[in-house]
Design a protein around this ligand. Structure first.
Ligand code: GA4
Length: 341
């Protein structure tokens, strides 16, 4: 039905001690946004969200140039000295520490809100050419947001929800709490800790970013030609997602799970990054599409038909969820406290 791509399973027992099946192949759905038959396309998107929660998006219309410029700005920033990078704290620069509760990964990153005013005001802390930096970032965000909105519109169409923009309008809102994250996983053989604050010697097959689901509605991810991303099937089998630097990957987040959960349609996808390449730097860029803080995260009306199909969650705002998630560890099942028992 859709263009299929074999997924390679990680063959060894990994550092988390979980055994993975050997030599099994799987297929990740590919969504071709240039497909003319909109009804068929929306069905494919819903199926991909249901069955995998992660899929590739091709013919997305984001110019190559936009992605290349964003990559160059990221590379320029991460090549700076440690003390220069520390100046970028207001822009969400981090090294190894993830969140506030002791999680660590083998990476450096920038993590910041997608609000253009924040970006233009803070770019001075990050680049000697702030306008060039903020221009590249804003263009990238517009492109990734466009892909996210198109996917969300297709989801809504595929499920027959009346308000065609019920989901995309949440991330288009000027108050949207969406984020951009640029991750930089240094090659595992780097040992010069003065030049590279993340250097730890040989870290082959260690965890670059631990297992988690993304809390937001939808993530649009792009990474360079270095492998490392793994996701789980609904049966808990880990598989590696082969790189495709020309295309994006879409990931179902916790908020999308709740918006449809009463219908048991979607589950947010658990994923992680392993460092498997000892010589090449892995870079990834994630757009996390989120609603405004005061938005109520509760199933869309068409998705709840009580009493046969009551909501599995107490209604909560995105702000409530954010507060709860920052008191959690990375791998926690953060939705559990919101479940109706
Ligand atoms: C996971 C997805 C995004 O990278 C992120 C992460 C956030 C952070 O790095 O600050 C969190 C993590 C993520 C979920 C649980 C909390 C918060 C780290 C952490 C331990 C930016 C996000 O939105 O949630």
């Amino acid at each position: 039905q859709w263009y299929c791509e074999p997924l390679l399973l990680h063959k060894k027992q990994d550092k988390l001690g979980q055994k993975t099946k050997e030599e099994t192949t799987m297929e990740i759905p590919t969504i071709d946004l240039s497909m003319k038959n909109r009804i068929e396309l929306s069905k494919q998107v819903v199926k991909a969200c249901e069955e995998f929660g992660i899929f590739k998006v091709v013919n997305h219309n984001v110019p190559r140039e936009v992605v290349v410029r964003m990559e160059e700005e990221g590379a320029e920033f991460f090549a700076k000295s440690n003390s220069e990078k520390q100046q970028a704290k207001p822009f969400g620069y981090g090294c190894k520490n993830i969140g506030n509760n002791g999680d660590v990964g083998e990476l450096e990153y920038l993590l910041f809100p997608t609000n253009p005013q924040f970006i233009s005001e803070s770019s001075k802390s990050i680049s000697n050419h702030p306008n060039k930096f903020s221009g590249a970032v804003n263009n990238y965000i517009e492109g990734a947001k466009g892909v996210a909105c198109e996917i969300l519109n297709l989801v809504v169409e595929g499920l027959g929800v009346q308000d065609k923009f019920a989901l995309s309008k949440l991330i288009k809102d000027v108050e949207s709490d969406s984020l951009l994250r640029i991750n930089h996983y240094p090659p595992s053989m780097t040992t010069d800790s003065e030049m590279d604050p993340c250097a730890t010697g040989n870290t082959n097959n260690t965890i670059g970013f631990g297992e988690h689901s993304d809390p937001q509605i939808l993530t649009i991810m792009r990474f360079n030609d270095v492998a490392g991303l793994q996701a789980t099937t609904h049966d808990g089998i880990w598989f590696t997602v082969p790189p495709d630097p020309h295309n994006f990957f879409a990931l179902v987040g916790d908020a999308l799970q709740v918006l449809f959960f009463s219908n048991e349609r979607f589950t947010s996808v658990r994923h992680r990054v392993l460092i498997t390449d000892s010589l090449k730097t892995r870079t990834s860029i994630m757009y996390f599409g989120a609603p405004p803080l005061n938005c109520l995260i509760t199933p869309l009306p068409e998705m709840v038909k009580p009493p046969q199909n009551p909501s599995r969650y107490k209604p909560f705002t995105w702000d409530d969820y954010k507060k709860a998630m920052y008191s959690c560890r990375l791998g926690d099942s953060r939705l559990d406290p919101f479940k109706v028992h």
